[in-house]
Write a new protein. Structure first.
Length: 438
C-alpha cells in the first residue's frame, strides 16, 4: 500500500526530530500556566503537538500547512466534479503532501474494500428505540466494531512498540471506510424505515453517503465532499480530538478512542453547536413567517442576548475573523441555491449579528464559525437533523464522519512517534491559594 510506504519512509526523520527535542531541549519552557488557565479549562496552554493541522487566529485552519481555499484548488478531483474527493484529504492528513490523483484514488479503493459493515453493528443500532439520539447510536456502532481491532489483536500477541502505528492505521482505514455506511443507516433507521442501502461502486466515499440516505443529487455529492473536507481536523485541543488522543494514549485501540471522541463531539459546546445554530435560524424564520427585514432581525438578536442566551454559530475559541470554513459554505450556497429562504436568512444574519455583538461589547470575536451556516446547506437538500428543528443530533453525526479523518490520522502518528500516556498533575484549591499568598 503506497500510503503505508510513505509513512514508513518518513518515520526515521520524524522520530529523530522528536528524540532530539526531548534529549537536547527537554527543559525548555514552552509556556507558563496561570491560575486563570488552570481553573478555566486549560485554555490556550501550549501542551499538545500535532503537525496535521493548525488554527491561525487570523487565517483560520491550515491542514498540513494548506488553507481551505488552497486545498479546494490543489487536491485531486474526479472528472466533472468541482470539489476534491475525500481520499485526497485523508492521504494529505496521513502523509503530509498533496497526493496525485492515483494516490488519492488508492485511498478511495481501500475504503471500498473495507466498507462492509457487520450485521452485528446493525443489530446494535436496531436494538435501540428510534428516538435514541443519533450520536448515541454512532458512538455505540463504533464500539460495536471493536472486536475486529487489529491493533488489539496484535498487541495481545506481543507486538513491538515501534510497530504500534501499523495496525492502528489498518483499524483507522477500516473505521473510516465504514463510517459513512453506519451513519447512513442511522439516518435511515430514524427517518426512512430502517433501510439498509449498499454503497455503489462507481461513487466515491463522500458521494456514496448522499446516495445511501436517498439524496441522489450530484450537487449534494459536491456538498458532502466539501463538508467532510472542511470539518476533518481542527488542531488537537478541541474536545473530540483531545478525547480521542487521551483515550488512545492508554493504548486503547481506535474504536475505544474514537467512540470517546464522538461522545465529546456530541456536547452543546462542541459538535452540537451546528444543530443549535440551525434551531436559532428556524426560530427566526418561524417568528416572522419567512426572512425578516434587517430591522426585525436586529431586534430579535438583541432580544436573544438580553434574555441571557447566546447566538449560536458566532464566536470562536481561537479565530479572530470570519471562519474560512463559513466562507466556502457561503460560496457554495450562492452558487447552487441563492434563493433558498433559510440560506438567505443565514446570509442576513452574517450581515447583522456581528454588528449587534460588537455593540453589546462582550464578544472579542463576533464573527461566524463553521456551524453558523452548515445546517442550512443540509436542509436545502432535505437532509434532516431530527424533526427539522436542530435538536435531534444527526447533523453532529455528519460532523463525526468528517472528524474521524483527522482524529484517526493524529492517532496513527501518535503511535508512530511513541506518544506517552497523558497524565497531567492536579493541585488542590488550597495549594493555589498558598501559592498566591507567598
Amino acid at each position: 500500500m503506497n500510503l503505508k510506504q510513505q509513512i514508513v519512509q518518513q518515520l526515521p526523520e520524524w522520530r529523530a526530530r522528536h528524540q532530539r527535542l526531548v534529549k537536547e531541549f527537554g527543559g525548555f519552557k514552552v509556556s507558563e500556566v496561570s491560575i486563570a488557565q488552570v481553573l478555566g479549562g486549560v485554555r490556550d496552554v501550549k501542551a499538545l503537538v500535532t503537525d496535521i493541522s493548525y488554527v491561525d487566529p487570523n487565517e483560520g485552519i491550515r491542514l498540513r500547512g494548506y488553507k481551505i481555499q488552497e486545498l479546494l484548488e490543489l487536491l485531486p478531483k474526479r472528472k466533472g466534479d468541482t470539489i476534491p474527493f475525500s481520499g485526497g484529504i485523508y492521504y494529505l492528513l496521513l502523509v503530509g503532501r498533496i497526493p496525485t490523483y492515483e494516490e488519492a484514488m488508492e485511498v478511495e479503493n481501500e475504503w471500498k474494500q473495507r466498507q462492509e459493515v457487520p450485521q452485528s453493528v446493525y443489530d446494535v443500532i436496531q436494538a435501540m428505540p428510534t428516538t435514541t439520539n443519533p450520536m448515541t447510536l454512532f458512538s455505540m456502532a463504533i464500539l460495536a466494531l471493536q472486536g475486529s481491532s487489529q491493533f488489539a489483536k496484535k498487541y495481545d500477541e506481543g507486538m513491538k512498540k515501534e510497530n504500534y502505528w501499523d495496525p492502528m492505521l489498518e483499524d483507522s482505514l477500516d473505521l473510516t471506510a465504514k463510517a459513512p455506511v453506519i451513519a447512513a443507516f442511522i439516518y435511515n433507521y430514524k427517518f426512512r424505515q430502517g433501510e439498509i442501502v449498499k454503497p455503489r461502486d462507481e461513487l466515491d466515499w463522500a458521494a456514496n453517503f448522499g446516495y445511501m440516505i436517498g439524496v441522489e443529487d450530484k450537487n449534494y455529492y459536491e456538498l458532502s465532499r466539501l463538508y467532510f473536507l472542511i470539518h476533518s481536523d481542527h488542531e488537537s485541543g478541541n474536545v473530540s480530538a483531545h478525547a480521542t488522543h487521551l483515550v488512545a494514549s492508554a493504548l486503547s485501540d481506535i474504536y475505544y478512542s474514537t467512540s470517546g471522541g464522538m461522545n465529546g463531539l456530541a456536547g452543546p459546546l462542541h459538535g452540537r453547536a451546528n444543530q443549535e445554530a440551525m434551531a436559532w435560524l428556524l426560530d427566526v424564520y418561524e417568528k416572522f413567517q419567512g426572512v425578516p427585514t434587517r430591522e426585525q432581525l436586529t431586534e430579535f438578536a438583541w432580544n436573544t442576548l438580553q434574555s441571557g442566551k447566546v447566538i449560536p454559530g458566532y464566536g470562536h475559541a481561537v479565530l479572530r475573523k470570519t471562519d474560512p470554513r463559513f466562507i466556502v459554505q457561503l460560496e457554495f450556497g450562492d452558487k447552487y441555491f441563492p434563493e433558498d429562504d433559510l440560506f438567505r436568512l443565514a446570509k442576513l444574519v452574517y450581515e447583522v449579528v456581528p454588528q449587534v455583538l460588537l455593540q453589546q461589547g462582550k464578544a472579542k470575536d463576533p464573527w461566524p464559525n463553521v456551524d453558523a451556516i452548515s445546517g442550512t446547506l443540509q436542509h436545502h437538500y432535505g437532509v434532516l437533523d431530527s424533526n427539522g428543528k436542530g435538536s435531534g443530533g444527526f447533523y453532529t453525526v455528519l460532523f463525526g464522519i468528517s472528524r474521524l479523518l483527522g482524529v484517526t490520522a493524529n492517532t496513527v502518528w501518535a503511535r508512530a512517534l511513541g506518544a506517552p500516556i497523558e497524565r497531567p498533575k492536579s493541585v488542590t484549591t488550597k495549594m493555589l491559594e498558598e501559592m498566591v499568598e507567598q
